[in-house]
Write a protein that binds this ligand. Structure first.
Ligand code: PEP
Length: 246
């Protein structure tokens, strides 16, 4: 039985003052039946750790370098994330694939670097609107996931996968529960064929999840929770989404 996981992706939002209110609001909403985590901009990791240390609430980063150390200006290594108590690191978010030209192999290398330091990668895959309309959804998400499966090898069962159709991110346009479930089932079958451990791998859905659509999405058999952007910046909305997860 997979426990539901709901992860907030703050993206490039926040300030120390607004974060403090958000973090204490989320802590006040405990207990949660699901696992809850927030992935925050790097400079705020210390504050989240201070606020939530010792609780069951978890936190993480929105990226992770593929390198362990060296002359890579601007990069942040998995060992550094681990020092700040990060449980998770998002890798391969579509905004990084798009704006930072991250390839499938770079995303896979980042996932491997994270796992090597005990940080669970949340590997994002998803098709653009043009790809969906061209009937290429399956081919695209399988290609993206395949690179990670092959790079992680026998550790593939340790990752979390997030299916995030690019056309649904930040647009207010959500995949229907049936559309999302169909892709999640494909991804689980691919994970099963490759690792044999698909039953324990959590596959999150992301893309305009809100309090009013979360329950129907999370009720699908292969949707194990959500990766939440905009709605994770509002404590009441994020709490409502976590409650919808059970
Ligand atoms: C995201 O950033 O991963 C995301 C799903 O954003 P939103 O919920 O705002 O669509």
């Amino acid at each position: 039985m997979r426990r539901k996981l709901v992860v907030g992706n703050w993206k490039l939002h926040g300030s120390r003052a607004t974060n403090a209110a958000l973090l204490s609001g989320l802590a006040a909403g405990r207990p949660y039946a699901c696992e809850m985590a927030v992935c925050v901009p790097f400079p705020y990791l210390h504050d989240v750790a201070d606020a939530w240390r010792g609780s069951e609430l978890m936190w993480g980063a929105q990226d992770c370098s593929a390198h362990e150390q060296g002359a890579y200006t601007g990069e942040v290594a998995a060992a550094m994330l681990s020092e700040f108590g990060c449980r998770y690191a998002i890798v391969g978010h579509s905004e990084r694939r798009q704006f930072h030209h991250e390839s499938d192999q770079l995303v896979a290398d980042k996932a491997k670097a994270a796992l090597a330091k005990g940080v669970t990668p949340i590997v994002c895959v998803g098709e653009s609107l043009a790809q969906r309309e061209a009937g290429a959804t399956e081919e695209v998400v399988k290609r993206q996931l395949s690179a990670v499966i092959h790079t992680l090898g026998h550790c593939a069962g340790e990752m979390v996968v997030a299916y995030e159709p690019v056309w649904a991110i930040g647009t207010g346009r959500t995949a229907s529960p049936e559309q999302a479930q169909a892709v999640h089932a494909l991804l689980r079958a691919q994970l099963q064929a490759a690792s044999g451990h698909a039953e324990r791998i959590r596959i999150l859905y992301g893309g305009s999840v809100k309090p009013d659509n979360a329950q129907a999405l999370f009720a699908q058999p292969d949707i194990d929770g959500g990766l939440i952007g905009g709605a994770s910046l509002n404590a009441d909305h994020f709490i409502a989404i976590c409650r919808a997860a059970g």
